[in-house]
Write a protein that binds this ligand. Structure first.
Ligand code: F6R
Length: 233
């Protein structure tokens, strides 16, 4: 695992962008993408860049259940606004939050099998979740319907008008699914992520801290800003 610490989130996002570009030059065709506030600067850099993504496939980590693709709070809408409207990809996949659970989860696994992810971008929850795999999720989990913990609902309510509007469930790639990516770039910015980052990178590998499983992946690059790195030894 390689850890890179940059002064600011902007510089860290630029570093991530350059890494993606390098992988694309080496032949990467499939990007695994995340939502939330962490990758927003990266997507801004991608949007403003001259890089052509029209030969690339994008596969997102997760989507809230019960929200249709055109719901402004859906991750479909988020990805269109943040990236896809400005930079079309050849194909982009996000779980269908309205689809039948068993069918959709199996279908998403098939999509990933057919389009192995070359570079997966990850954020991390303050409780150490990756994707929406909350603490306690089995390391051998595949795409499934997950219940969001209160801490995640609290963290995400900033995107919604009222707390009761925050969906309680999501379809998320499983931990095993995420680990199939050839390369993983984990981004974390801000003091509020420092404890989860320290536990994930330096603590025991345990299902109680989902991101700690990344210690077992052979090709992980962690890019932090100084605030997120404050508790590292
Ligand atoms: C989103 C996702 C989540 C977020 C995490 C951090 O697709 O998979 O794991 O990366 O909740 O969220 P932010 O970036 O908003 O702090």
């Amino acid at each position: 695992m390689k850890i890179i610490v940059k002064t600011t989130a902007e510089e860290a996002s630029k570093e991530a962008f350059e890494l993606i570009q390098k992988e694309m030059e080496k032949g990467a065709k499939v990007l695994g993408l995340a939502t939330g506030s962490t990758p927003v600067k990266l997507y801004d850099i991608m949007r403003k860049s001259a890089v052509d993504f029209s030969g690339m496939t994008a596969i997102n980590l997760d989507e809230y259940t019960g929200l249709s693709a055109d719901d402004p709070n859906s991750y479909h809408a988020f990805m269109k606004e943040q990236l896809f409207n400005a930079k079309p990809f050849k194909k982009s996949y996000i779980p269908d939050g309205m689809a039948d659970e068993a069918k959709e989860c199996a279908h998403y696994e098939e999509i990933i099998k057919e389009n192995p992810i070359d570079v997966q971008i990850l954020g991390i929850g303050t409780n150490g979740h990756i994707g929406f795999n909350e603490p306690g999720t089995a390391f051998d989990s595949k795409t499934q319907k997950v219940a969001l913990l209160q801490a995640t609902i609290d963290a995400n309510k900033r995107f919604f008008e009222r707390e009761e509007d925050v969906p309680r469930f999501a379809y998320s790639m499983g931990i095993q699914t995420i680990l199939c990516a050839k390369k993983i770039i984990l981004l974390a910015f801000g003091k509020q992520k420092a404890e989860a980052v320290q536990k994930a990178l330096e603590g025991p590998v345990t299902e109680a801290m989902p991101a700690s499983v990344l210690q077992r992946h052979p090709n992980v690059i962690v890019i932090l800003d100084e605030d997120a790195a404050t508790l590292l030894n």
